[in-house]
Design a protein around this ligand. Structure first.
Ligand code: MF3
Ligand code: CO
Ligand code: CO
Length: 253
């Protein structure tokens, strides 16, 4: 199958995506109470791996294109793909995105949230709230017959009206028995443009919204993507299925 082909999932495949999606949401929910000052991002990773194995699933990020850990932990100016590390200790006022992707029976559930460590600064609070609303507005565009550009336009219009910027270098993606596949779902764009959505398509929406510039820099580890101005970045992600009458969020507990 060429990777630019958008697959339409069968009902049997959609059921597997529901199982994987539910497990992904439950994993995030399980990790949430650990997000406190003093915890290291490696401790979050290790608990995620332990819990995933205990639920007879696998962690898709581990060894994916050489990624060394089981989850991504992206703190403050890190946009995405932060690598868990014993020396990185969460502190009061940080924001951290935790992105998990368990594989259940070969199908992937991909979801992330940004959490506050203690009490956030006013700008951190606004950024995180705006980013979650961006995801909500993106999802609200999803229905059979709509276009991929409708999703990005809704997200970009809201983020920029709130004074923030939309990351261009990373996009949502088709997800099924393959972690990253067609279609690409940019979080910016033009209404009425792009591929048409059809029932049975499954993809993520995962806006990364920045306090300052949208420009990205990748650190020397080859993974960690940070804002060029080192200002804050937040992200939320769900895996979604287009249905006959709208959208189903697969990554809910
Ligand atoms: N879960 C991320 C996404 O939303 C991908 C992580 S790839 C990794 O697409 F290699 F960094 F783990
Ligand atoms: Co993800
Ligand atoms: Co994703």
């Amino acid at each position: 199958m060429k990777t630019d082909t958008i697959v339409i999932l069968s009902n049997r495949e959609l059921d597997k995506m529901r199982q994987a999606g539910r497990l992904a949401a439950e994993l995030l929910h399980h990790l949430e109470p650990m997000v406190k000052p003093g915890v290291s991002t490696l401790e979050l990773n290790d608990e995620a791996e332990r819990w995933t194995q205990a639920h007879k699933a696998r962690s898709a990020p581990l060894n994916y294109k050489g990624f060394p850990k089981s989850i991504c932990t992206s703190v403050n100016e890190v946009i995405c793909h932060g690598i868990p590390n014993a020396k990185q200790i969460l502190k009061e006022g940080d924001i951290i995105n935790i992105d998990v992707t368990p594989i259940v029976d070969n199908y992937h559930g991909d979801t992330s949230k940004t959490f506050f460590v203690g009490t956030p600064s006013p700008v951190a609070k606004k950024l995180v709230e705006v980013t979650e609303e961006c995801l909500r507005r993106g999802i609200a565009e999803v229905k059979s017959g709509a276009r991929v550009g409708d999703i990005g336009a809704a997200i970009q219009e809201y983020a920029e009206a709130q004074g923030f910027s939309v990351v261009r270098d990373f996009v949502g993606h088709g997800v099924s028995n393959i972690f990253h596949t067609a279609p690409e779902i940019p979080h910016y764009g033009t209404r009425g443009k792009g591929k048409r959505l059809r029932p049975g398509m499954v993809f993520t929406i995962e806006p990364m919204i920045n306090e300052g510039t949208w420009e990205v820099e990748v650190l020397k580890d080859g993974w960690t993507a940070v804002t060029r101005d080192r200002k804050l970045s937040a992200q939320f992600e769900h895996t979604l299925a287009v249905t006959e009458d709208g959208v189903e969020i697969l990554t809910l507990p």
